[in-house]
Ligand binder design. Structure first.
Ligand code: AMP
Ligand code: ZN
Ligand code: FE
Ligand code: FE
Length: 292
């Protein structure tokens, strides 16, 4: 199965393992024709992604981002599509988030040393070309022989309830939606499964709709047909676009899906383009796709 659209993809500029240009090539090879690069809290991969996308005359690339926010007990990730990623104010805000990611990762490395699982900070940094994240710490843990896989690193040390976990700087979800709207983008709630399981999705959606949320991921990674249908109905009730993506990182693991390996229909993608057009944002994409 390959969908034409994949609106959620990571590169080495955050915690993906493919360089932006290689990610573009792989997505295209897989049959993806409308893609978004959505690195965590960073846009520095976009120039190389646009350059790589130029060489295909039927590939559309949307400038995107995935921003991390927190609610008590859970993380909330929000995707921004069609953002004005060159905005100076926006980039200053992202630079601040990079700094706070660095400080937090250093504290996690200290915790690991206290736990008897020392890793060199330089090794963590060697895996991170841009925004440093827990997966880079996981790779250093594997290299040092403390764990065998990224999943094991999360299960034993790095997950929210793990002994080496350190909180990130807290951002409210509304604040992040406002930031994305502030640079002319459209905001989509990412991977809602955990929020739904925690019983906090309904309240959050009410808050985020008021803040200007456009969509919610529905066709996501390993979500099965029953989950897709459930989230599609939640979107319908809340007048949100049911969007999605593979969230491909190239890290392997049982949940990983290749770029485009999700059942995302083209209709909600086209709806997203029409909304972007209404807001004068559609030109920010490298646009080869006919959505009307
Ligand atoms: P951070 O941005 O530093 O908070 O790290 C979060 C990222 O780690 C997520 O975006 C995922 O890519 C990855 N991640 C979270 N949980 C797991 C897990 N259990 N196994 C592998 N990767 C994970
Ligand atoms: Zn990630
Ligand atoms: Fe995410
Ligand atoms: Fe992601």
């Amino acid at each position: 199965m390959t969908s034409l659209g994949d609106l959620h993809l990571h590169s080495t500029i955050s915690d993906g393992r493919l360089k932006p240009a290689d990610l573009v090539d792989l997505a295209y090879k897989n049959g993806v024709r409308v893609m978004a690069l959505t690195d965590h809290d960073i846009v520095d991969g976009l120039p190389a992604a646009f350059e790589a996308a130029e060489k295909y005359d039927d590939l559309t690339l949307i400038p995107g981002i995935e921003m991390s926010t927190d609610v008590p007990g859970n993380e909330v990730h929000i995707l921004g599509h069609f953002i004005d990623w060159q905005s100076e104010d926006f980039r200053a805000k992202l630079a601040h988030l990079q700094d706070s990611r660095l400080g937090r990762a250093r504290r996690m490395v200290e915790r690991l040393a206290e736990l008897g699982k020392p890793i060199e900070w330089e090794r963590v940094q060697s895996f991170a070309e841009g925004a440093v994240g827990r997966p880079h710490i996981a790779l250093a843990l594997i290299e040092a022989g403390h764990v065998e896989s990224v999943n094991e690193a999360f299960d034993q040390y790095l997950s929210r309830t793990g002994p080496a976990y350190v909180e990130r700087e807290r951002l409210e979800p509304e604040e992040v939606v406002a930031t994305i709207l502030g640079v002319g983008g459209l905001a989509t709630l990412a991977h809602p499964r955990e929020l739904h399981a925690a019983g906090s999705l309904d309240v959050l959606l009410e808050r985020l709709r008021a803040a200007g949320l456009t969509g919610m991921e529905t066709y996501y990674q390993d979500y099965d047909a029953g989950e897709v249908e459930m989230f599609r109905q939640i979107c319908e009730r809340n007048e949100l676009l049911p969007l999605g993506g593979s969230d491909f990182h190239g890290m392997g693991g049982p949940k990983q899906r290749e770029p485009g390996n999700i059942p995302l229909p083209i209709e909600p993608v086209n709806d997203l383009f029409r909304l972007a057009e209404e807001r004068g944002a559609v030109e920010r994409a490298l646009l080869r796709h006919t959505y009307r």
